[in-house]
Design a protein around this ligand. Structure first.
Ligand code: GLN
Length: 389
């Protein structure tokens, strides 16, 4: 019997897959795995279809189509005041998860330490363990999930090679602003740690917030590998087109890892994303407004059902804290919710290596209003007939 790698052999299937499967099995409304009902901008999808029929279907350049790298540089210049040279500072990957893998494999080696902020996205830990690094955790706590300079400093050490940061933060919906990024910059001053900045939710921010990229902050910019996602920008999560921006010397090494992970990304999708980055600013603004309205609609329903929703400034997610209801096991609660209420959600303990937070549950509100209302009806009925704990 072959003996597979222990990092992967010991892993369960992801919480998102598991909850989506349970949702199917129990005919539940699936507010677990984060994907929107919105089909994405029609002109972008049409452009992709045309590119499949009439365009180039052989290997595109390893770094990405020139037109996409230029469009990304211009887009980030317009939206985030970044100055990027498309030739040396921008690379296309097959999704953000591939970009995170490439960044970790390029930057860390066995024995290094990587600092992570819990709640952490589920891909981070296995990837960095596979790269041979040791995680050091900074715990963020509900309801504010704010960064604390002393806590960051405490996690740093002589072997810290990289810090992996997610802003806006999945699952909490926290949008870290310039002040928070300056806190991070102060904590990292005097170290040579790289910052892998997962900014896939950069365009999914509400209430007039504007995303501040780590690449726009002095003290972070020179150490940052910024990761974006066309799938998140345009509500097409299956497209898996990632955008990596970094200072040229850093990006060159990340590109070495990328060339032996996926090497390239379908050229037709790249062409369509280039078109989208150039032309869909208004669509992005409208998407923000639409999603904020859904967040409010569903948060009101959650309150009516007896839950305590936490603030959500971005992402597709709103969380509820179950502590006031006396619930102390979010995973067991989600199991009961999918079976008995017919609504799938994600237990936030899955985002902590040690279940540090066990009373928070995440709902995805990026769904049709009827779907949200049906979920609300089921949640109200469940809460009316059950003692949640
Ligand atoms: N990003 C999605 C979420 O947070 C999950 C993606 C996946 O299932 N791998 O829900």
């Amino acid at each position: 019997m072959p003996r597979p790698n222990s990092v992967y052999a010991s892993l369960p299937v992801t919480v998102f897959e598991r909850m989506s499967r349970l949702a199917r099995d129990h005919h539940a409304v699936n507010l677990g795995q984060g994907f929107p009902d919105d089909p994405g901008p029609e002109p972008i999808r049409r452009r992709a279809a045309e590119a499949v029929l009439d365009g180039w279907n052989q290997y595109p350049p390893m770094m990405g189509l020139a037109e996409l790298r230029s469009a990304a540089a211009a887009h980030y210049g317009r939206w985030q005041s970044l100055t990027l040279d498309p030739e040396s500072d921008v690379m296309v990957t097959s999704g953000a998860t591939e970009a995170i893998a490439a960044a970790l494999f390029a930057l860390v080696e066995p024995g290094d330490e990587v600092v992570l902020f819990e709640p952490i996205y589920d891909a981070y830990l296995p990837l960095l363990r596979r790269a041979g690094a040791t995680p050091r955790f900074v715990k963020l706590n509900p309801p504010e999930w704010r960064l604390d300079e002393a806590a960051i400093r405490a996690a740093l050490g002589p072997r810290t090679k990289a810090v992996l940061f997610n802003n806006p933060l999945n699952p909490s919906g926290t949008v870290f602003g310039r002040d928070d990024l300056e806190t991070l910059a102060r904590a990292l001053a005097g170290t040579d740690a790289a910052l892998i900045s997962d900014e896939v939710w950069e365009h999914v921010v509400f209430d007039g917030r504007e995303h501040v990229s780590a690449l726009a902050v002095p003290g972070l910019a020179e150490r940052t590998v910024k990761i974006g996602s066309a799938g998140k920008m345009f509500c097409m999560t299956g497209w898996k087109v990632g955008l990596v921006c970094a200072p040229a010397e850093l990006l060159a090494v990340v590109a070495k890892a990328h060339q032996f992970l996926t090497f390239t990304t379908p050229p037709n999708l790249q062409a369509a994303v280039a078109f989208g980055l150039d032309t869909q600013d208004d669509w992005i603004r409208a998407m923000r407004a639409r999603l904020a309205t859904k967040r409010d609609r569903f948060s009101t329903s959650l309150r009516e059902a007896g839950f305590a929703p936490l603030p959500s400034g971005g992402t597709y997610f709103v969380n509820v804290d179950l502590a006031p209801l006396g619930v102390s096991d979010d995973a067991a609660f989600c199991e009961r919710l999918v079976r008995k209420a017919g609504v799938a959600a994600i237990p936030v303990s899955a985002f902590y290596a040690d279940d540090h937070v066990r009373t928070v549950v995440r709902f995805c509100f990026a769904k049709e209003d009827e779907t949200l209302d049906e979920a609300a009806r089921r949640l109200k009925a469940f809460m009316a007939r059950t003692i949640p704990a």
